[in-house]
Design a protein around this ligand. Structure first.
Ligand SMILES: [Cu+2]
Length: 168
């Protein structure tokens, strides 16, 4: 992992547009994540050697529901800290920044893929090893969780680069 880590403040200014969503009156009854219509596809965790400090998880969080969601965090069954990260260009370097919240409109997908936005797993006691399965959950602004079982692999499933075409 040859990226410099910067603090959460890196993306703080991006959260401003989401405030308007959060301030909407709560007209809808609270729904579970499944009722809200989001689910994971092709989630996986890249294996790391024993002793590694961080690991990355990928996948697509697809939203088939009618109402916009805001994803405010991620968790994993490793029990360790998990964050949404993005990779941004900084001059001729690339560095990781933490994402505080990410909107997810109906019909869209939040894509986590190698080289771009990803889920960073940190502060674990046991490094994810090939063949294991880790539960990943996305957390919405109203604390619903959308979870999936993600296999730990060395390489991306299918390994060819057919991204779903969602580029934000
Ligand atoms: Cu990262």
């Amino acid at each position: 992992m040859d990226f410099l880590m910067t603090g959460r403040s890196g993306f703080r200014n991006l959260s401003a547009p989401f405030l308007s969503l959060l301030l909407l009156p709560l007209l809808a009854p609270s729904l579970t994540a499944a009722e809200q219509g989001a689910h994971w596809e092709d989630a996986w965790v890249r294996s790391v050697p024993p002793g590694a400090a961080v690991a990355a998880a990928y996948g697509r969080l697809v939203h088939h529901g009618a109402a916009p969601l805001t994803i405010t965090g991620v968790t994993s069954s490793l029990g360790a800290k998990a964050q949404m990260h993005d990779i941004i260009a900084d001059g001729d370097q690339r560095r990781m920044v933490a994402i505080d919240a990410s909107p997810l409109a109906p019909g869209e997908a939040l894509v986590f893929s190698p080289g771009g936005r990803h889920i960073m797993l940190m502060e674990f006691e046991q490094a994810p090893a090939e063949g294991e399965t880790i539960e990943l959950c996305a957390v919405t602004e109203d604390n619903a969780t959308i979870c999936t079982m993600a296999p730990v692999r060395r390489d991306a499933p299918g390994s060819s680069h057919h991204d779903s075409g969602h580029h934000h």
